[in-house]
Design a protein around this ligand. Structure first.
Ligand code: SAM
Length: 248
């Protein structure tokens, strides 16, 4: 039985991993100042990503869109702290490796190129999917129809840049994904200040109680959505068409 990704679960994870999270936040603050990294994830969504990875201890994480490596570094911190797991990342640009702390690269494989043309580099099994790449509907249709059906049901999925406002803008990646979630009667969690101010406030209050108040970065929008991949969206093949061998 997998745990629902909701406010109660995430609040529990903040309490469980408070000390490790405090240490990683300090590192990320320093990392930001000492490298040319442009942070893209806001603090709540980066921390939730870290906490879900700590809780689920995935063997394999798939990331599409690395940019300057901010989210990549957060993910690699979680795998480092788990002492297990490997991250496979894709980006059409090739500069990310210059921005990743050296001591974290042992758990990382980077593939340069459009993920849609590099599917032979996608691992045959994925336990956690993180997407922050192209934000148009066409790209969303590609991964909804060609990638997600090959992944194991129930794995955590996060998609960035959905709720900068209360509603996703028409024809965007977010709008396409939200419609798909409705079709698959699947709920999502977000800490978006615009979409779910009560979640945003509850987690902000909890962080204050736990002494995690000093910001890593200043953005407050937290537009990411998180959900578990619905059974109805999957078929048991790999992204290249071969049958999968493992289930979770
Ligand atoms: C917003 S940035 C990612 C930021 C990153 N998540 C972070 O936290 O710093 C989006 C990235 O997705 C990459 N991208 C866009 N379309 C892609 C595709 N089809 N395949 C692989 N990468 C892609 C872009 O090159 C860009 O670096």
């Amino acid at each position: 039985m997998t745990t629902a990704i909701d406010l109660a679960h995430i609040s529990e994870l903040y309490r469980t991993h408070r000390d490790d999270l405090a240490r990683v936040r300090t590192h990320m603050r320093t990392h930001q100042h000492h490298t040319a990294t442009t942070p893209r994830l806001d603090d709540l969504e980066a921390e939730i990503t870290y906490l879900l990875l700590r809780h689920n201890t995935p063997a394999t994480v798939l990331q599409i869109g690395t940019g300057h490596g901010w989210s990549t570094t957060w993910i690699l911190h979680a795998l480092h702290d788990n002492d297990t797991g490997h991250l496979h990342s894709f980006d059409t640009q090739d500069h990310t490796p210059h921005h990743i702390p050296h001591h974290l690269t042992g758990r990382w494989t980077f593939t340069h190129g459009d993920v849609r043309t590099r599917t032979d580099h996608i691992p045959t099994h994925t336990d956690h999917l993180f997407i922050d790449a192209a934000h148009h509907g066409l790209f969303a249709r590609w991964y909804l129809h060609h990638l997600l059906p090959a992944l194991p049901p129930g794995i955590p999925v996060s998609i960035h840049d959905v709720f900068h406002q209360r509603h996703a803008l028409p024809f965007t990646e977010g709008a396409v994904v939200l419609k798909w979630l409705t079709t698959h009667t699947t709920s999502f969690f977000t800490a978006s200040a615009a979409r779910a101010p009560h979640h945003h406030q509850a987690l902000t209050d909890l962080k204050k109680e736990l002494g995690l108040t000093e910001p890593v970065r200043t953005g407050h929008r937290n537009p990411t959505i998180y959900f578990r991949l619905p059974h109805s969206a999957t078929r048991r093949t790999t992204p290249t068409g071969a049958p999968t061998t493992r289930t979770r």
